[in-house]
Design a protein. Structure first.
Length: 220
């Protein structure tokens, strides 16, 4: 099995699947499941934003792989690749552990959400495990993975403070993070940040382990 071509295939599929799911959700072409919206309203969800980031970085990585295959990834692309993978994995775990039990798993994995919440995160994780050692980052540099979540959390909680929580179906707290109050919501985002950074460190360890012990089974 050729590791480089497998990574290219995953990057290509990620780009196509995510963009196709986003277009179908945007134009209301399928039943996209719970916590989805047609038109530009879909961009209020971290799920959609994190997947679009993942698609953009996947496309950039794919282009780099073909045009500059003998050159290492730039530091910027290394940071973006980590941020894209970690962001969709945050989506994966939040749905699995929080939103699924809260709203029901059927809606969380229906239509486009099946790609956003499940398929794309797992594919992105697999690609990073295959190619992650190509752009090593220090533990301090891995803090960059917190930027998307930090920006989104600031905007989400800021909107609650400025405009209030509201009531369903017009609530501003569509993820339910302020169900137990805004201070609890801040605490949830803080916990998410710690778990995100911990997962980033674990991902770095895993890529180094696989590169050291499993490379002989997968050709370049």
């Amino acid at each position: 099995m050729n590791r480089t071509w497998l990574s290219r295939l995953l990057l290509m599929l990620l780009t196509i699947l995510i963009l196709t799911a986003w277009v179908r959700m945007t134009f209301g072409m399928d039943e996209s499941g719970r916590l989805s919206a047609p038109g530009i309203g879909a961009l209020k969800y971290f799920t959609v934003l994190s997947n679009l980031l993942c698609a953009a970085v996947s496309l950039a990585s794919l282009i780099h792989s073909f045009l500059k295959k003998d050159r290492p990834y730039s530091r910027l692309l290394a940071h973006l690749r980590l941020a894209g993978t970690i962001s969709v994995m945050v989506t994966f775990f939040v749905v699995l552990l929080f939103l699924g039990p809260l709203f029901g798993y059927a809606g969380m994995y229906a239509g486009a959400n099946g790609i956003f919440h499940l398929l794309a995160p797992l594919m992105s994780l697999l690609d990073y495990l295959l190619e992650g050692e190509a752009y090593p980052l220090t533990p301090c540099a891995r803090l960059s993975c917190l930027i998307p979540l930090g920006l989104y959390g600031t905007g989400y909680l800021g909107n609650l403070l400025l405009n209030g929580v509201g009531t369903w179906p017009h609530t501003n707290d569509f993820y339910g993070f302020a169900t137990w109050g805004i201070p609890a919501g801040v605490g949830l985002f803080a916990v998410l940040g710690l778990l995100t950074y911990g997962f980033s460190l674990s991902l770095g360890w895993a890529t180094r382990f696989l590169a050291r012990h499993c490379r002989r089974h997968i050709t370049v």
